[in-house]
Write a new protein. Structure first.
Lengths: 213, 213
């Protein structure tokens, strides 16, 4: 059980991360200052440094938090794919949810910011790559290995299959979002079409005709 | 026939574009100055403004020039696909060349820079999107329509097929290049594997079993 002091501390930490995300998205990494973040979170610089050590630690927490929140939404449904009894339907449902989870405006803004700063701050880009696509591909590769063992997929290279799956679903809206900053250029119907067609292509290449056990 | 004065002018224009690319990649769009570009190209600011109007016109020329040069390398081979007599082999050969043409370090640096600046300078991002992937997808969609008419592909939505094709080949190395700034993290063997496997997946979904006419 958490004490009131612990709860206050968790809440304060979250307020600082929210403030930091807002300041970083407005000013970029180099342009943002810990002063500004502390002011926006109504706390002291000393508290911020105490919790996150430095500006890089703060941005790392922003990345981790944003990706964790998005992954949390799809975690159960991706793990459930391994034991699916109707793989095509379940993959389509997962794809439709996954595309919406990833193409959230604040995640696209963070992604643009981190790519733009990758030369100056390669550590931040590594954190994003590892926490985001890296972890996502590893989870999918595990799931696809289990499905191949059940005879439901043919995936000689599960890591490659995971990347093909992910990019077949995400590439079109994700790459457009990198170059278009208005958030509403994809209708929900567009996103469903990309998800469904991505799954169609994936299953044509990786699907198995063997009956389910 | 070009006069010596015309040739000098073409050469000067190219020198300014080369200098501008170097300055933009070093300083970013906001940080770069026309003064610096003029100095590096050993010319006057007045000449730069005369040829390119303003800093945005200059960066637009850098984008257009970089993409044109990359497209020029693959132009004939992509058009030739429409009349291919051995589609799987020719698609694989094109894919292997395409991946190398796109993943050039200076193109990846420009892409990162433009994505990072997309919020502040949406016009530049639009130019990149239109001249690069936009034009590339339109060309591929035309080629796939011709191949579908010959009975060699099934592509109810040729624009979607073009995007699937492109991203199946490019997504893995391209997205890694967005977050990793060392240029040599893909061996030529990796790139060939991505090209070949991308074509395998594409043909499983879009290939036709009908014999060639």
């Amino acid at each position: 059980m958490s004490s009131p002091a612990q709860l206050r501390s968790v809440r304060k930490r979250q307020e600082i991360i929210d403030a930091a995300q807002s300041v970083f998205l407005d000013k970029g990494f180099a342009g943002a200052s810990v002063d500004e973040v502390a002011a926006l979170a109504s706390t002291s610089k000393r508290t911020v440094y105490g919790l996150f050590r430095d500006k890089k630690g703060l941005f790392t927490a922003v990345i981790t938090e944003a990706i964790d929140a998005a992954e949390h939404r799809s975690h159960d449904s991706v793990e459930a794919l391994a034991t699916s009894q109707d793989l095509a339907t379940d993959l389509r449902a997962f794809a439709r949810r996954h595309i919406v989870d990833v193409i959230q405006p604040h995640l696209m803004r963070l992604r643009r910011l981190i790519i733009g700063e990758a030369e100056r701050f390669p550590d931040l880009a590594s954190v994003w790559q590892a926490e985001g696509p890296g972890r996502g591909h590893a989870t999918l590769a595990r799931v696809f290995t289990a499905l191949a063992e059940r005879g439901l997929l043919r995936a000689a290279d599960p890591e490659l299959a995971a990347q093909h799956f992910n990019w077949l679903i995400l590439s079109i809206p994700l790459n457009q979002a990198m170059f278009r900053t208005d958030d509403d250029h994809h209708s929900p119907a567009d996103l469903e079409y990309y998800a469904d067609e991505g799954i169609r292509v994936f299953l044509a290449a990786y699907g198995s005709d063997r009956p389910q056990r």
